[in-house]
Design a protein around this ligand. Structure first.
Ligand SMILES: [Zn+2]
Length: 145
């Protein structure tokens, strides 16, 4: 089990973890864990220290593994519950910047109604979105902040 695929079985589902604790658990650099957050690992809230729920960490790591095996074509996001890429409902995607150069595309799965997520570089949004309409969220707020 290499660093590319941290063993999610080490995570206790009902426990919360800091970035530091996750890094030690998986024997990874803290920056690797921080990069997961940018890739869509959601903390429990905006508080400090940043805490992640064990079950959310496990779901995130599982999705990464499956996503790596099934690259999504343009206009599709990987749906975790469906375990495969889906076209978003209504052909609509939201782009939410995480940094000035990268962010995430989200859309609703037409099959299971769950939110789908895909990390993407800002300059690749159009290519990744394919035929989908993309709403750009919060870029003004970021620029003026
Ligand atoms: Zn689905």
């Amino acid at each position: 089990m290499g660093a590319r695929h941290p063993n999610h079985r080490r995570v206790k589902l009902r426990q919360t973890y800091t970035i530091d604790e996750l890094a030690r658990l998986f024997e990874l650099h803290e920056n690797t864990v921080r990069s997961w957050r940018k890739s869509g690992l959601e903390p429990i809230d905006d508080g400090r220290p940043i805490l992640f729920r064990g079950d959310v960490v496990v779901a995130f790591l599982k999705q990464r593994r499956v996503s790596a095996k099934q690259p999504c074509g343009p206009g599709r996001l990987f749906c975790l519950p469906c375990r495969k890429p889906q076209e978003p409902a209504g052909g609509m995607l939201d782009y939410t910047p995480a940094t000035p150069t990268a962010g995430s595309l989200t859309g609703l799965c037409p099959v299971c109604d769950r939110m789908m997520f895909r990390r993407v570089s800002r300059h690749r949004v159009t290519a990744v979105a394919g035929q989908c309409d993309v709403q750009f969220q919060g870029e003004q707020a970021r620029l003026s902040a």
